[in-house]
Design a protein around this ligand. Structure first.
Ligand SMILES: [Fe+2]
Ligand SMILES: [Fe+2]
Length: 480
């Protein structure tokens, strides 16, 4: 079978020759009804019968892997798609660098690999759960379709991780696959594993910020796993990254379109002061200072996902050849890091300082630094929009110490510039740097659904081009 093409004959589309693997096929077919139950209970609320113009992966060929068509979401072809196996791939880093990549799980790294796969897997359904009520307030059918596209693909990413668990981890893999369907975002007793995935996504600005900031953490983690010496993990995450790009597009353009509408309306009304929040809000758009606060919130929550700046787990995973650095294959060094150092921002003796530490222990920090640079690219593009309208305002990523719950800065409070402040000062300032209740209420007040083809809610501009080059009034969702 040609790996580029996907076998659509059975219950589970795949390019891993499931038919030749009856044990795993049976395990996945057994897991399938539970997945559908989860999707029906926790997936997009109220739209399961609607026809959605979705892309489905029909190949893993980077040029032309997707096909667009109307699908009811529960009928989406959630499949198992791995990027092609590289000929003679070698482990690219760590103690085993240069050895043949593993096609089976090495016994000594089994627990570590399973944990990484389960953590990644847990984030995928979590975001679907977080976003399940957003369809009802979609600012357009175009945006609604993008939301559902992201949702079905996160569902597929769960499949991707579950395949690895079922195929390579035997009975405990099956148990973990089951548990991935049991946990629930935000649930007191059985929450999802990571903090940001238990937060609410109550409105569309939150959704855009989430896909910009938090899906981008997903991208960084997947990039690091795509380097893995465990080849099936590398191949599956490489294909997930192909889909993930659209999620960040949704976030970046969603926020960008919001900014653009705000600037347009300010210009029309002759408002020059971006901080005149009341005047701007009278125009029915989201003022720039509130956009900044939303960015502060989602960015800081997402930074926590990178874990402790100094981490022995991260060092072990790298040393083992299990989880690499961002674009490890493009980096020019010894790929072992046993004698090099890396600068880490730390909190020491009451001050934020930068300190060289052994590079192996600083891998979370390093991945976070790459993430920050990636975020900055998008923020700069947003600022170009504001500049175009000659409005004196720039969005800025806050200092990494701001509003943190994990790592070096979790015990302190700082302002957005990273100046340490005491609790009293924080309490006073908080509503100026994070969304306040009244900001949330205002945003919520704008969330009126707009379900007419080609129409958009007041607070954001239409996209420059349609999905799959469809015309502006295309009916992306036929609501049932
Ligand atoms: Fe994902
Ligand atoms: Fe995603």
């Amino acid at each position: 079978m040609n790996i580029m093409n996907v076998d659509y004959d059975g219950l589970i589309p795949n390019n891993v020759n499931l038919n030749g693997d009856p044990r795993v096929k049976a395990a996945l077919e057994k897991w399938h009804p539970g997945y559908l139950d989860w999707w029906n209970d926790m997936g997009p609320d109220g739209f399961q019968e609607s026809l959605v113009y979705l892309r489905t992966a029909v190949s893993v060929d980077p040029k032309g892997w997707a096909k667009f068509d109307y699908v009811k979401m529960p009928d989406y072809k959630w499949g198992i798609l791995l990027a092609p196996q590289g000929e003679d791939r070698k482990i690219p880093f760590g103690a085993h660098a240069g050895e043949k990549a593993w096609q089976e799980v090495p016994g000594e790294y089994r627990a570590m690999l399973r944990r990484l796969i389960v953590i990644q897997g847990d984030t995928e359904p979590a975001s679907v759960e977080q976003q399940r009520f957003l369809g009802k307030t979609a600012p357009s059918l175009y945006d609604m379709r993008n939301l559902f596209q992201v949702n079905v693909e996160e569902g597929r990413h769960l499949w991707a991780m579950v395949y690895l668990l079922q195929k390579y981890f035997g009975a405990d893999g099956r148990e973990e696959a089951e548990a991935l369907l049991q946990r629930r975002s935000g649930d007191e007793d059985t929450p999802r594993m990571l903090g940001a995935f238990n937060e609410e996504t109550p409105d569309w600005l939150s959704f855009f910020m989430f896909t910009f900031f938090t899906d981008r953490d997903g991208k960084m983690q997947l990039e690091a796993l795509a380097q893995s010496g465990f080849d099936p993990l590398s191949r599956t995450t490489r294909f997930m990254l192909t889909e993930e790009a659209h999620h960040m597009f949704v976030g970046e353009t969603g926020v960008g379109r919001t900014i653009e509408r705000t600037c347009q309306e300010m210009q029309k009304a002759g408002i020059e002061d971006p901080f005149d929040v009341n005047a701007v809000r009278k125009l029915g758009v989201i003022d720039l200072p509130t956009l900044q606060k939303k960015a502060n919130l989602h960015y800081s929550l997402t930074l926590d996902l990178f874990g402790n700046e100094i981490s022995t787990n991260a060092a072990s995973a790298f040393h083992a050849g299990v989880k690499g650095r961002y674009r490890e294959d493009k980096l020019d060094d010894d790929h072992r890091l046993e004698s090099s150092t890396y600068p880490v921002t730390r909190f020491k003796d009451g001050k934020i300082v930068t300190e060289e530490v052994p590079a192996l222990s600083a891998l979370n920090m390093r991945l976070r630094d790459d993430y920050v640079a990636d975020c900055q690219g998008g923020v700069s593009r947003w600022n170009k929009v504001i500049e175009k309208y000659n409005i004196g305002f720039q969005l800025k990523l806050p200092h990494v110490a701001f509003h943190r719950h994990i790592g070096e800065f979790s015990s302190i409070k700082t302002d957005v510039d990273g100046n340490v402040i005491d609790d009293a000062a924080w309490d006073k300032k908080k509503d100026e740097v994070l969304p306040s209740t009244s900001d949330r209420d205002y945003i919520e007040s704008l969330m009126a659904p707009q379900f007419e083809p080609g129409k958009f809610a007041s607070w954001l501009v239409p996209p420059k081009v349609g999905i799959d080059n469809k015309p502006g009034d295309f009916e992306y969702v036929k609501i049932a």
